[in-house]
Design a protein around this ligand. Structure first.
Ligand SMILES: [Zn+2]
Ligand SMILES: [Zn+2]
Length: 268
């Protein structure tokens, strides 16, 4: 499937493999900054809020519900903004994210699920393992085709194509802006840590691994998913906008749930 993604400038496996070392390096660098340079509680809390907002806007609403599940067709203005937000919070192109997430919905809690703790243990929270699942020819050619066909609208769209090629530059520009804001106060590194590192850690070290652990609730294999089955068990849901609804979402990925209806109403 990866080879046919010619419009994505960065190979899907590379996209996933870039994330894995970052999941380890960025938190270490952040901690080192706090210990050896400075820790400011007010800035830290502000940065956590920023991380939450990037994840809510870019990942949950943009990449997940609108680009992957296609709850609503958005105009170019929103398409660009969601691509910027999604690049910064998700560190994947919209197409690669959508294909990986489609695989997750198709094969939840089976060996083909890119992040099933049931089959992949704690490794499921590391993006290296997502790459492993997608890379090891786990899917049949027909299943691979299905994940691609599901997102041919993204693959053909010039805006998604542009971000697929240049999303790393979008992230680099964001980091430069953070450094610039920090530099205005004499501390460019401070801008990078609080504006970018914390946002990265928020999604890829804190919230995303917790949402994947959420699937542990389903290890006993309840099929079909029952409404609110996970809602009262996933203690980490406040970290991710609308995520209290994860089991409902698996039952109604087309957006019949109330959050889906809300997104449709706002962005239609
Ligand atoms: Zn899920
Ligand atoms: Zn989904």
């Amino acid at each position: 499937m990866a080879d046919k993604l010619k419009n994505d400038g960065v190979h899907p496996m590379t996209q996933l493999r870039i994330l894995a070392p970052m999941q380890i390096a960025v938190p270490i660098l952040t901690l080192a900054y706090f210990i050896f340079v400075d820790f400011n509680l007010a800035l830290f809390l502000g940065a956590m809020l920023l991380g939450y907002l990037w994840a809510a806007f870019g990942t949950v609403v943009g990449y997940h519900r609108i680009f992957c599940h296609k709850l609503v067709k958005v105009n170019n203005f929103w398409k660009i903004l969601f691509n910027i937000g999604g690049s910064i919070s998700q560190h994947l192109s919209s197409t690669v994210y959508s294909m990986s997430h489609t695989q997750h919905h198709m094969f939840t809690d089976t060996p083909k699920d890119p992040h099933s703790p049931r089959y992949r243990g704690l490794k499921a929270v590391l993006y290296y393992d997502h790459a492993h699942v997608m890379d090891k020819h786990t899917l049949t050619p027909r299943e691979k085709l299905k994940t691609m066909v599901a997102h041919k609208d993204l693959m053909k769209d010039p805006i998604h194509q542009w971000f697929g090629k240049y999303y790393l530059y979008v992230i680099a520009t964001y980091v430069a802006i953070c450094a610039g804001i920090g530099a205005m106060f004499g501390h460019p590194m401070c801008g990078i840590v609080y504006g970018y590192f914390i946002t990265f850690c928020y999604t890829h070290v804190l919230a995303q691994p917790l949402i994947i652990l959420n699937h542990l609730d389903w290890m006993k294999g309840v099929r079909p998913y029952k409404n609110n089955f996970a809602s009262n068990k996933y203690l980490g849901w406040p970290l991710i906008f609308l995520e209290h609804n994860h089991a409902d979402h698996h039952q109604y990925p087309d957006g019949r749930d109330w959050t889906g209806r809300m997104i449709k109403r706002i962005f239609a």
